[in-house]
Ligand binder design. Structure first.
Ligand code: ADP
Ligand code: MG
Length: 657
């Protein structure tokens, strides 16, 4: 073994730089964070060749004193914290004093800065972290950082860079996050001279959202507002019909800092359980405010992962805030007149979700996880994913619903044109699912993608509470599948199977649900595959809950003695095999998730089907539930009703323009 020696500061810098500066987007992230910390109102980011040859960040912040310019580039030099005690409550984005040193050590850097109180500013140049010159300079108030030839002195890193387009997209994504984190700051992003983003900086998250996602996509989002124990949650979340094939549109911010968190992702996604399509993910822009000492941001060099004092509290706060927002949303997809959209059914896959459900009753959901006393009751809130390392591993998984205050804002009608929306300029895969955007281009190219589809979408309308009261009547039924309802100046088409399936699902999930079971005169014995048998035997109690009495018959067989009354004895093994398949496919572990799996199947089996002839009373019952806003999405996330306005029809018949 060679002898031990301390590394030179230069090598140490390069090692440290590797952690902070992974790619051009890291430079963009660190420099824009510094600009925000400096109190800037306007931040301009320019890149060339994906940021590899140039990243320039200009701000109108507080500037740096000429005498401190060089200090700023020393390792562990910061103006943001002073002592170990400050680490307990970090209120700035930066605090490690590493970024400038790290960036400078792997680039050719030039900085220009002036404070408002100084007549003259200063410029400083560094090469590979070594100062090559400083002089006085006339410049506007604020700071401009020019980072050239990133990784010119670390060829190993240079090798790993992707194409300029991908690195550039990652830079844009970094600015987008910063813009969504700080709506009070106006961000501009230019790639090779072309402006790709401009946020107004008016302090409104909705404005930033519009600028980042584009108007049409932003319209698919509804406001979220809520608070739990020590956590305030606000922002926007996508309507269930506007979920997409990637998690790239989930943005979480804690005290103005963009973070990644499995806990928060799970909290949001569980709020969509049973009304989200398989393979589709909700988008969200959620801001969490917690006490500075309730979150540790010093757990990762890039500060994108944080540790919450209580994962449970933030999980609950986010889960219930999103749940309330979705419950409060009264919109229905509009029918596409004139063939503007693709047939929606292609976009949906009939598979169930292993997640927790919530009621879809539109009460606004204040103060309670669900409108108790209604048919569907939430027996207990769901559980967050397993606590992160060092988290609350040993805590009991018991949840108390936090006291919530929520005030959902006006809601918008979502347009199916945007909801089935094809990413990447409308390319849909053969199976009807949207293609994932290229890796690293999250959010980029998004506007272009929806542009075409959305052009044809009519103006959104706000549905008021009174509108729900307008009398309605059933006009008839189409194709034995869709109930036609007239209400005021609107016509609704209700998918009777989807709606009834949802009604069944909610009914079966109620804590006081008692299944109607029929005892089979001659019990059914069947032999499933060994794994299917095992999974069914593990879930006997859950099966019993929906009306199956199943026992091990020995020799690889099962005997079924009772079945739910709506099931035909001939369909028993098919139903149980389907349930077994779903249970083993999802690997659902929680009791509630397993129950939902079973209920998905049973709700579908118990539902009236498209093509069936139904008695008028049956149709009336389904229509009633839909018109009362009790059911909005089937358990697979398909809408149960679409609407068509008189105006739309009149336009089609050219009665008006
Ligand atoms: P940190 O942000 O963790 O403090 P940095 O290396 O990013 O560390 O920056 C070092 C210091 O340089 C900051 O603490 C701040 O005082 C100063 N600084 C960096 N960028 C700017 C800027 N754009 N405007 C004003 N001051 C800045
Ligand atoms: Mg910094």
């Amino acid at each position: 073994m060679p002898h031990i020696a301390q590394l030179s500061p230069h090598v140490a810098d390069l090692i440290a730089a590797g952690e902070v500066v992974e790619r051009p987007a890291s430079v963009v992230k660190e420099l824009t964070e510094n600009a925000v910390d400096a109190g800037a109102h306007v931040v301009t980011v320019e890149i060339q060749n994906g940021g590899m040859t140039l990243v320039r960040v200009t701000d109108d912040g507080c500037g740096i004193a000429p005498g401190e310019l060089q200090t700023a580039f020393l390792r562990h030099a910061t103006s943001k914290i002073r002592s170990e005690y400050d680490l307990e409550a970090i209120g700035t984005l930066g605090f490690r004093g590493e970024a400038l040193a790290a960036i400078a050590s792997v680039s050719r850097l030039e900085v220009l800065s002036r404070r408002p109180e100084d007549g003259l500013g200063a410029s400083l140049t560094l090469e590979g972290g070594v100062v090559t010159g400083q002089e006085e300079a006339g410049c506007p108030v604020g700071t401009t950082m020019l980072v050239r030839d990133l990784f010119y002195n670390t060829p190993a890193r240079l090798k790993f860079m992707k194409k300029d387009a991908a690195e550039g997209a990652a830079c844009l994504a970094a600015v987008q996050r910063q813009a969504l984190a700080h709506p009070e700051v106006s961000f501009k992003f230019l790639r090779d001279g072309r402006q790709e983003l401009l946020t107004p900086g008016d302090g409104k998250l909705r404005s930033a959202l519009y600028a980042v996602l584009g108007r049409d996509l932003a319209l698919g989002f509804t406001a979220v507002e809520g608070s739990g124990e020590g956590v305030k949650v606000s922002g926007f979340t996508s309507l269930p019909t506007c979920c997409r094939g990637t998690r790239g549109y989930q943005f979480f911010f804690v005290n103005g800092r963009y973070i990644k968190s499995k806990t928060l992702t799970a909290a949001v996604e569980q709020a969509y359980a049973n009304q989200r399509m398989v393979g589709k993910f909700p988008g969200c822009v959620l801001h969490l405010e917690v006490k500075l000492n309730a979150v540790d941001v010093n757990v990762h060099p890039t500060k994108q992962e944080v540790k919450f004092g209580s994962e449970r509290q933030v999980f609950s706060a986010v889960y219930y805030a999103v749940l309330s927002a979705l419950g409060a949303d009264k919109s229905r997809p509009a029918a596409a007149v004139g063939g503007a959209v693709k047939p929606q059914a292609e976009d949906f896959h009939q598979t169930s979700l292993p997640l927790h459900d919530f009621t879809s009753k539109g009460t606004g959901g204040m103060g309670h996880p669900a409108p108790l006393g209604q048919k569907d009751r939430l027996s207990a809130p769901p559980t967050p994913p397993s606590a992160p390392a060092g988290g609350e591993k040993n805590r009991s998984p018991v949840f108390r619903p936090p006291v919530l205050s929520a005030s959902p804002q006006g809601t918008l009608i979502s347009q199916p044109a945007a909801d089935s929306f094809p990413l990447k300029g409308g390319s849909l895969k053969a199976d009807g699912s949207a293609e994932e955007p290229a890796k690293g281009s999250e959010g980029a190219g998004l506007k272009a993608a929806v542009g075409a589809a959305a052009e044809e979408a009519p103006e959104p309308a706000v549905i008021s509470a009174e509108e729900q009261e307008v009398p309605w009547r059933i006009v008839g039924e189409l194709f034995h599948t869709y109930i036609i309802v007239e209400q005021g100046e609107k016509a609704l088409l209700i998918d009777k199977h989807a709606a009834h399936e949802r009604m069944n699902f909610d009914r079966m999930r109620a804590v006081d649900y008692v299944p109607m079971s029929q005892v089979l005169l001659s019990p059914v014995v069947f032999t499933p595959a060994p794994e299917e048998k095992a999974v069914l035997l593990e879930n006997l109690a859950e099966l019993d809950r929906v009306g199956f009495e199943v026992e091990d018959f020995g020799g690889g067989s099962l005997v079924v003695r009772s079945i739910p009354d709506y099931l035909d004895a001939a369909g028993v093994d098919a139903a149980l095999t389907e349930i077994a398949g779903k249970l083993s496919l999802t690997g659902s572990t929680g009791e509630r998730e397993r129950r939902d799996e079973i209920l998905h199947t049973m709700a579908c089996k118990a539902a009236i089907k498209g093509g069936w002839k139904n008695a008028p009373e049956e149709l009336e019952r389904v229509a009633k539930a839909v018109m009362a806003g009790e059911v909005k999405y089937c358990p697979h996330g398909r809408p149960v009703a679409i609407e068509l306005t008189q105006t739309e029809l009149e336009k089609q018949f050219k009665r008006r323009s």
